[in-house]
Ligand binder design. Structure first.
Ligand code: ADP
Length: 530
């Protein structure tokens, strides 16, 4: 059970399983429209317009396709190793096939290695390799579409995953090598498609027609079954392929016309879509994972710190009643040990012991309410309400020290998810510290409490006083356990406050309130209703 739960979480993070957001869908639609508009402009009479023959174009194009498609294939193979889905293996094979065929395609292209094509067969070889690359990719894409909803093969061991990838890579390489040898040496056996650089035989249309139909079929099938971000971008790739085939198929004169160059550009684009989106999503997911790991570590440290804080508070608070109990018990024993035991004094001593016992019990009870097991219970909370409730709890203290309160609430704050008792304790601590810092100072005593939106994912609360202020050298020290400048202070308040805030994935810090006083700020992540 444990293993499958962990597996499920991994799946949720992988691109081929994430559903596309509305923004991603809109962006894909925009790309489709741009591709279509450019196609409409180019597909007209402009398409056949001959352009200058740039010999460096073909090797550059071939290299680009090889690099882009092989990186995409590598990324898809790595997704396969995480997800263990045959569908991804098929898609990766498609990209690997197009990457490999780009090599003989470039080398057979007339003018690259030799005027009539380096590997033999010239234009015929180039065209047949082009057909093989496209048909192969479309078939692998269809296999991907048909298999993509099948259950992942969780039982596959890392070793068998590696051997499947190696077998696939080996098989595709073997197919491409055989096809290259066949096309270049046996091109005379193949039907002629290219009559010369400017003319195609009618066979071309019988080849390119079904090829385009294969892509249209794949696109329709994917449209019906699309689910993930990868599916969305694969649809775009298939769409760009269809445009590329249309542009390449019809311009006359055939090579180096506007349509032909545009077709090649669409070819590079169709290769790049999935790569770009894979890189972008993988980088983003990596960032998110990093943030999650850091947050987890912070939470663990906060929990440890909370443990330290509890231990120190218990030790500090309990020690005093315990010492008093020992002293009183010894005194009581002495009263009873006398030749004429003094029962009244002994009774008084025992009563003191009972009182100290209750005091120790109360201390433990207080600490338990702060750190009891339901400390992890989180509910949806309105921060402005929390501030109001905390102010109500310290009302007596505020009145005793004649402290005025100013509040400035942002009424549009989104709710936060948190532990009510802990967050209230935090606010009470900050307000009590502010009262303490002004108690010994002359002049007006005012506490200002503010809530506002901090950024798109968090809100901020600040507690501002006009008291003594925090010594700049102690700005970090005050958050450490047992640091105090008060005669009866324990130095635990702020360290507990910071633990609480960090356990809520927020931040707590202090700045100076000029000309006098301190401002304690804390942020909390907001949770918006979906
Ligand atoms: P305690 O209140 O027991 O001293 P805290 O952890 O709450 O423990 O505070 C630690 C120290 O931080 C205080 O002793 C004080 O020096 C400083 N401090 C806290 N709040 C304020 C404040 N509002 N203004 C000035 N100093 C403060």
């Amino acid at each position: 059970m444990e293993r499958s739960a962990a597996g499920l979480q991994a799946h949720e993070f992988v691109l081929s399983n994430l559903s596309p957001s509305v923004g991603q869908r809109r962006f894909a639609l925009c790309v489709v429209l741009v591709l279509l508009v450019v196609f409409v402009i180019l597909a007209g009479p402009l398409s056949g317009l001959p352009l200058r023959r740039v010999d460096a174009f073909v090797p550059a194009y071939g290299t680009a396709i090889f690099v882009i498609d092989s990186i995409t294939a590598a990324l898809l193979f790595s997704q396969f190793s995480v997800l263990r889905s045959h569908a991804l293996l098929a898609l990766a094979s498609g990209y690997f096939l197009t990457a490999l065929i780009a090599i003989p395609w470039t080398l057979t292209f007339p003018g690259v290695l030799a005027p009539e094509g380096g590997l033999g067969g010239g234009l015929q070889s180039t065209v047949w390799l082009y057909v093989l690359s496209h048909v192969g990719f479309a078939l692998f894409a269809i296999v991907y579409i048909l298999l993509k909803d099948a259950d992942p093969m969780e039982w596959l061991s890392p070793r068998s995953i590696r051997s499947r990838v190696l077998t696939t890579v080996g098989s595709v390489t073997a197919v491409v090598c055989c096809a290259t040898v066949f096309v270049t040496t046996g091109h005379a056996l193949l039907p002629r498609i290219m009559l010369d650089t400017a003319q195609v035989s009618s066979l071309w249309y019988y080849v390119v027609g079904p090829m385009a139909a294969l892509f249209v079929g794949a696109l329709v099938l994917l449209w019906l079954r699309h689910r993930s971000v990868l599916d969305l971008w694969l649809m775009l790739v298939l769409f760009a392929y269809i445009i590329e085939i249309s542009l390449t198929a019809f311009p006359i004169p055939y090579r180096f016309s506007v349509g032909w160059y545009a077709g090649r550009v669409y070819g590079v684009l169709s290769g790049s879509f999935v790569l770009l989106i894979l890189i972008k999503e993988v980088t983003m997911l990596y960032g998110e994972l990093l943030r999650a790991v850091l947050a987890q570590r912070r939470e663990r440290e906060a929990r440890l710190l909370t443990g330290d804080a509890v231990a120190a508070t218990v030790a500090h608070e309990i020690k005093q009643p315990l010492s008093a109990m020992i002293v009183n018990a010894s005194a009581t024993l002495r009263w009873l040990d006398c030749a004429t035991p003094n029962i009244d004094e002994a009774k008084a001593g025992l009563q003191l012991i009972v009182k100290d016992g209750h005091r120790a019990g109360a201390v433990i009870e207080n600490i338990r309410t702060l750190f009891k097991r339901d400390a992890r219970t989180r509910t949806s909370l309105d921060v402005n309400n929390l501030i109001r409730e905390a102010l109500a709890l310290v009302r007596d203290d505020l009145q005793t020290h004649r402290v005025a309160v100013q509040t400035d609430y942002d009424q549009s704050l989104p709710p936060i998810e948190g532990n009510q008792v802990q967050l209230q304790q935090l606010l009470v601590n900050l307000i009590t510290n502010a009262i303490d810092s002004m108690a010994t100072e002359d002049g007006d005593r005012v506490i200002s409490l503010r809530s506002k939106v901090y950024d798109s994912g968090s809100l901020m609360v600040s507690v501002e006083d006009v008291g003594r202020g925090v010594d700049p050298s102690a700005v970090d020290l005050i958050f450490t356990p047992q640091f105090t400048t008060k005669v009866h202070g324990m130095g635990m308040g702020l360290s507990i406050c910071r633990s609480i805030i960090e356990a809520h994935r927020g931040r707590l810090w202090v700045t100076a309130n000029l000309p006098r006083g301190a401002i304690f700020h804390f942020t909390l992540p907001t949770h918006r209703e979906h």
